[in-house]
Ligand binder design. Structure first.
Ligand SMILES: Nc1ncnc2c1ncn2[C@@H]1O[C@H](COP(=O)(O)OP(=O)(O)O)[C@@H](O)[C@H]1O
Ligand SMILES: [Mg+2]
Length: 361
């Protein structure tokens, strides 16, 4: 049985449906992420799980039993918010001890547990300091320690890393993964940042306008998006209008606007004559001198329109003969090399029949 299950959960505000019949299950020990653009209903769902808000329809179950009517403090969950919500007049240790003392645990036991969780988040030396003496990352770790203090069954995290700068955010991501693995508590994590979701999660529910568009592993969300919205939201891609010409055993033959005949992996929903979209990821494309990719079935001649140097990689924008623009990404592996082609160079872009995803929706 799943640890937590949402069944057709719906939340309306006046005539606006913020959460629309959302169903999913979270397994014990899972790092589960809700990912989607701002306003798609992520916080609403988390608040209903926590018990701060109630669904207008549907049910939320823990170990198969409905949570309806159960107050937030009676649910074995804790929530960590973006803004830390620490008490400024309490020390780190007092902040972490607070939920335990609220539950009437005896002082000796509280002291032991506080020391344990501060050790877990590597903040033992800061126990007697106040929140204003800590960095953003340290404050966030205090918030996590406090949420873990009385061993919740599920930790709910609402964009907890949103206020941190990029470098700190990456550090905290690594720490969250380690913490979740070591203590084995189930995490339900909410973010609008797709790299964060891909890096952290066992499974991701990609949300769009109150609904789950795709629920899958990070690898499948990235490699096999089910529709244009997911393909476009998760990482970079070029979307090209296409008509299915033929469905073969393991591949599709497409007629793509601006590219002509293109081979792509077979996709269950496709049938001949159907109009859809080909999605190409920049790292799937090769660039070389004209005529250098005779071994690959998909080729387009073009000219380098622009390049974006990012240190480890360079992204090239190639304009093809018909005006279509393709994005290709190459690693700058050779020492000292910043890019392999110049703006204006005539090149050939090519990719294998195994690259690309045909999307009907
Ligand atoms: N209390 C409320 N009253 C009216 N509208 C709300 C309320 N809470 C959330 N909403 C609306 O519901 C939608 C989803 O909100 P939210 O779950 O906070 O989005 P997210 O966390 O994904 O950014 C938004 O359009 C928001 O304006
Ligand atoms: Mg939110």
């Amino acid at each position: 049985m799943a640890l937590l299950e949402l069944r057709g959960v719906t939340r309306r505000f006046g005539g606006f449906t913020a959460v629309d019949q959302v169903s999913f299950s979270v397994e014990a020990g899972e790092f589960f992420t809700l990912l989607g653009p701002s306003g798609c209903g992520k916080t609403c769902i988390l608040r209903m799980i926590a018990g701060f808000d109630r669904p207008d329809a549907g049910d939320i179950l823990l170990d198969g039993a409905s949570l309806a009517g159960l107050a937030p403090e009676a649910r074995p969950f804790h929530t960590v918010f973006q803004n830390y919500a620490l008490f400024p007049h309490m020390t780190v240790a007092q902040n972490v001890a607070f939920p335990l003392r609220m539950r009437g645990r005896d002082l000796g036991a509280v002291r032991v547990r506080v020391a344990e969780v501060l050790e877990m988040v590597a903040l033992a030396p800061k126990a007697q300091q106040y929140p204003h003496e800590l960095s953003g990352g340290q404050k966030q770790r205090v918030a996590v320690a406090r949420a873990l203090a009385d061993l919740p069954r599920i930790l709910l995290l609402d964009e907890p890393l949103g206020a941190l700068d990029a470098k700190l955010r990456e550090q905290m991501q690594v720490e969250l993964i380690r913490l979740q693995r070591d203590i084995g508590i189930t995490f339900i994590f909410v973010t609008h940042a797709q790299p964060e979701a891909l890096a952290l999660s066992h499974r991701i529910g990609v949300m769009r306008q109150g609904s789950i568009a795709q629920l899958d592993t990070p690898q499948r969300i990235y490699g096999n998006p089910v529709n244009r919205f997911v393909a476009d939201f998760i990482g970079h891609c070029t979307l090209i209008a296409a008509t299915v010409e033929a469905v073969e055993e393991d591949r599709l033959v497409l007629a793509c606007d601006g590219l002509g005949r293109i081979e792509a992996p077979r996709n269950g929903a496709a049938h001949a004559g159907q109009r859809g979209t080909l999605s190409l990821r920049p790292e799937q494309l090769r660039i070389g001198a004209p005529g250098s990719h005779a071994d690959l079935p998909n080729r387009a001649a073009g000219r380098i329109l622009d390049l974006l140097y990012a240190g480890d990689v360079t992204t090239y924008i190639v304009e093809c003969a018909g005006g279509l623009r393709l994005e290709a990404l190459l690693a700058n592996a050779a020492p000292g090399r910043t890019h392999a082609h110049e703006v204006g160079d005539a090149v050939e872009v090519a990719w294998s029949a195994a690259a690309g995803t045909y999307l009907h929706e």
